[in-house]
Design a protein around this ligand. Structure first.
Ligand SMILES: Cc1ncc(COP(=O)(O)O)c(C=O)c1O
Length: 404
């Protein structure tokens, strides 16, 4: 039997990401390829750097994209900063804090962790106490952890890390563009992100920005690979332990030298460029406001159906909410009904929340009124058919009230 062309079913992706990509991003991805040293390509790379400086709110020269999904950026940051034996402090309040730990352990760093129960975040004092105790080279933390739907307040952490001699790394894969983030003003040294959440793109590209201090640390282990090395190029006795994610070489690839490294994933570069262009044109503050407006409407709709929200709502991300699965409802069966009958995907949960909490996103291209109202209307029907006593129209009505 011949294999048919890919023809995905129409879906409204209202989980914790990925979401439907903005059609303009998909269009950009179908643009013709150019060679990697074509002047047009150089222009697109430089524009991408400039656009992400605006998105991250930074003056950092070293602002670029890593080819790979969100965790590629995390891995590049960790493996380039942490030499084996270096102490890293990771405050964990959800699944993606565990991912940071996992990656740091594979870098053979000396990993120290502090934990918070899922559904809560750290106070600055708790983090400072751990900085005093462990004196790490790097403090690494997630901004918005989609597993719990909460956002760790970051405003004070840059100053605390600097006071105790640490660099600060933040993972904003799930939060950037939908929640306030100020790289320079908050004194953050390294940040990475992804496209598939609030930036309205597909996964596959990880924007990153590095302070001058972080670049100096990374370049202290710089080793130019043998086939590219010229006289005088550095060769380190303790080189960065990944070639693909070696930021010291990737910085030369994106910098004026344009020293060859990987072959840029051109279509993903186009996507990353368009994602940033769209959000910069919208205005970052406007995009954050849009996420808050539609996130609040979704929350109002869920509360209107008398569902119980998960976690400390005072620090909920704008773009995703966790909601307890009502008693008597089979969580996966209901998600399946949402998909089969309405073409709408909502999210399940991991770890301690598996089978107890759904996660519903309103992000990127789907941070829209029609997407919110359609999801609530469908969920109401699924719950009613499952025997939950939901007042007809209560979810959509409460969301409409929230918009007004
Ligand atoms: C906070 C956070 N960090 C990292 C990741 C991993 O990103 P990716 O799946 O793109 O590798 C995710 C994905 O959902 C995330 O939400």
């Amino acid at each position: 039997m011949p294999i048919e062309p890919i023809n995905p079913p129409p879906r409204l992706l209202m989980g914790p990401g990925p979401i439907n990509a903005d059609p303009r991003v998909l269009r950009a991805m179908s643009a013709a390829l150019v060679g990697q040293y074509d002047p047009a390509m150089t222009t697109y790379m430089n524009e991408t750097m400039e656009l992400y400086r605006a998105v991250f709110r930074t003056e950092n020269d070293a602002t670029l994209i890593i080819d790979g999904t969100g965790r590629a950026g995390i891995e590049a940051a960790m493996v380039s900063i942490l030499a084996p034996g270096d102490v890293v402090l990771i405050p964990i309040f959800g699944r993606f804090g565990e991912l940071l730990r996992e990656i740091a352990e594979r870098c053979q760093a000396d990993v120290r962790i502090i934990r918070r129960q899922w559904g809560t975040v750290f106070t600055p004092a708790e983090i400072e106490a751990a900085l005093v105790e462990h004196t790490p080279k790097l403090l690494a933390i997630v901004h918005g952890d989609t597993s719990t739907t909460l956002a760790q307040p970051l405003e004070e952490l840059g100053a605390l890390a600097a006071k105790h001699g640490a660099l600060l790394y933040v993972d904003t894969t799930a939060s950037l563009g939908g929640n306030t983030f100020e790289l320079d003003a908050w004194g953050i040294d390294v940040v990475t992100s992804g496209l598939q959440k609030c930036l309205a793109g597909p996964s596959g590209s990880s924007p990153i920005s590095l302070s001058a201090k972080a670049v100096a640390v990374i370049n202290s282990r710089k080793s130019v690979e043998a086939g590219l090395r010229s006289d005088g190029d550095p060769v380190s006795a303790t080189p960065i332990r990944s070639n693909y994610f070696d930021l010291s070489q990737i910085l030369d690839y994106w910098g004026p030298k344009r020293l060859n490294h990987h072959t840029e994933a051109t279509s993903m570069l186009y996507a990353a460029h368009e994602c940033a262009r769209l959000i910069v044109n919208e205005g970052i503050d406007n995009a954050v406001r849009r996420h808050r407006t539609h996130g609040d409407a979704m929350v109002a709709g869920l509360a209107g159906m008398e569902l119980t929200l998960f976690g400390d709502q005072s620090v909920r991300m704008n773009n995703v909410v966790g909601v307890y699965i009502p008693d008597g409802i089979d969580g996966d069966g209901a998600r399946r009904a949402m998909l089969d009958d309405y073409g709408i995907e909502i999210g399940t949960s991991f770890g301690p929340l598996a089978g107890r909490v759904w996660r519903i996103g309103t992000m990127g291209y789907n941070a829209r009124r029609d997407a919110v109202l359609t999801t609530l209307a469908a969920l109401e029907q699924v719950l009613r058919r499952g025997g939950v006593a939901v007042t007809a129209g209560s979810g959509v009505g409460a969301a409409l009230d929230s918009y007004e």
